[in-house]
Design a protein around this ligand. Structure first.
Ligand code: IMP
Ligand code: MG
Length: 175
């Protein structure tokens, strides 16, 4: 079936928003450094653009997780596909995610990371779909709230495609 992507947030809108978030973070962490944890693969584009615009010292690490067990019910675990390279104890951590959907994965992940004794931990997500929330997660930095539609681009995929789009869009199917 043929499909096309309809633009929801332009490249300019996304870039402007990332600059705003970077400014907020730079202000909130003045005199400190931040340790960004990028959740692969979706957050990678956002995390790089964000990191480039933060003007306090930045370190960055990567983690890949998936919901454990599958199915529609939350299992209470996250499966770590790739763990962090370095300990986060004593660091000012910001978890960088592409989108908050049900909140299940992130909520488990945040609990896991908190148990490793960071100095502080906050969540930063480019997109938030509040209508879909099942588990409450407290994100300090959110780019855009979006309606309950499947979005792609800027790291987000549909069957591994469209991550490289420089804007956020919705997949539409032609008939
Ligand atoms: P949850 O919040 O634990 O339900 O999972 C969030 C994850 O689901 C995100 O990191 C994305 O990988 C994926 N996801 C949720 N909504 C979308 C979407 O609209 N487009 C692409 N991926 C999505
Ligand atoms: Mg993801």
């Amino acid at each position: 079936m043929a499909e096309h992507v309809k633009v929801m947030l332009t490249e300019e809108e996304v870039d402007r928003k990332i600059k705003e978030i970077a400014l907020l973070i730079s202000r909130d962490y003045v005199g400190k450094s931040v340790h960004l944890i990028c959740i692969l693969k979706g957050a990678s584009f956002f995390a790089c653009e964000l990191a480039k615009r933060i003007d306090v010292p930045v370190t960055i690490d990567f983690m890949s997780v998936s919901s454990y067990g599958g199915g529609t019910e939350s299992s209470g675990y996250v499966k770590i596909i790739k763990d962090l390279d370095s300990p986060i104890e004593g660091k000012n951590v910001i978890v960088v995610e592409d989108i908050i959907d049900s909140g299940r994965t992130l909520s488990h992940l945040l609990n896991l990371l908190k148990s490793r004794n960071p100095e502080s931990i906050e969540l930063c997500a480019l997109l938030d779909k509040p209508e879909r929330r099942v588990v409450e997660v407290d994100a300090k930095y959110v780019g855009f709230q979006v309606p309950d539609l499947f979005v792609v681009g800027y790291g987000l995929d549909y069957d591994q495609r469209y991550r490289n789009l420089p804007y956020i869009g919705v997949v539409e199917f032609d008939d």
